[in-house]
Design a protein around this ligand. Structure first.
Ligand code: ADP
Length: 247
């Protein structure tokens, strides 16, 4: 059984069909890439999966459970986390505080002063552990706004991992990074998620990184799945090469 299944999903915006019958299965333990040109529908599909907006038709099934149209916080509690610019709203906070808040939010805390001390202690411990996992333990007392982009992306991942997700969605994890940083980030993502046993669904424009990191690739084009395969199959697909991989 797939960890995540998207079945025949349609989504339109003011008559424009952004997703036109997309189906996708993410196998447990896999690193699955979603690629395609700008406007292909990748972000829209992420938003449908995480419940940011419901599809017009079709369904989303997570661990065999239909979650179509569920609100994001409910989807998150089932073990589906998105790590996209999570830290941004917490720019003035310290790194440790941002991750602690992410844990408290996940655990259902509403207003922290009303929570028992135990919830705090647990969240602080979880935050320390998550920061250690992404190698940011020595940055815990810095302000989020002071972090260089590479560290900020690690912090985004820590804020997602602190909820102990089964499936992590990463939206362009390498965007804005230098070539050297991209290489480091690919190694970091692979080692960390394999060690944690987290399944990954990600979008990315850096095709070399996609071919290196993914074990399954779905190519979206104009709201439809153009082709799906393993990196070898995708690399040798003439149509895909011409359109997206260059040459
Ligand atoms: P990608 O992430 O692959 O670049 P998107 O999912 O962002 O593609 O966009 C797919 C299409 O849907 C685009 O043509 C975009 O303009 C349109 N679209 C996405 N979100 C909205 C929205 N909230 N309102 C109107 N149009 C949207």
């Amino acid at each position: 059984m797939a960890l995540l299944a998207v079945e025949n999903v349609y989504k339109s915006f003011q008559g424009f069909l952004a997703l036109a019958g997309v189906s996708l299965e993410v196998a447990e333990g896999s690193f699955h890439a979603l690629v395609g040109p700008n406007g292909a529908g990748k972000t829209t599909l992420f938003n449908v999966i995480t419940g940011r907006f419901p599809p017009d038709r079709g369904s989303v099934i997570f661990q065999g459970k239909p979650i179509t149209g569920w609100p994001t916080h409910r989807v998150a509690r089932l073990g589906l986390a998105i790590s996209f610019q999570r830290a941004q709203p917490f720019a003035s906070m310290k790194v440790r505080e941002a991750v602690t808040l992410a844990r408290l939010g996940y655990a259902g805390a509403t207003f922290h002063l009303l929570r028992p001390l135990g919830a705090f202690t647990e969240a602080l411990d979880a935050a320390r552990e998550a920061l250690a996992k992404v190698g940011l333990e020595d940055q815990a007392d810095r302000r989020v706004s002071e972090l260089p982009l590479g560290d900020l992306k690690r912090l985004d991942v820590a804020m997602a991992l602190v909820a102990k997700p089964k499936l992590l969605l990463l939206d362009e994890p390498l965007a804005g990074l230098s070539r050297a940083e991209r290489r480091r980030m690919v190694g970091f993502i692979r080692e960390l998620l394999r060690r944690e046993g987290v399944t990954l669904l990600f979008t990315e424009h850096d095709t070399e990184a996609v071919l290196e990191l993914a074990d399954r690739i779905t190519v979206l084009h104009q709201g439809r799945v153009l082709v799906e395969g393993n990196p070898e199959e995708i690399r040798h697909d003439v149509q895909v090469r011409a359109a997206f991989l260059g040459g």
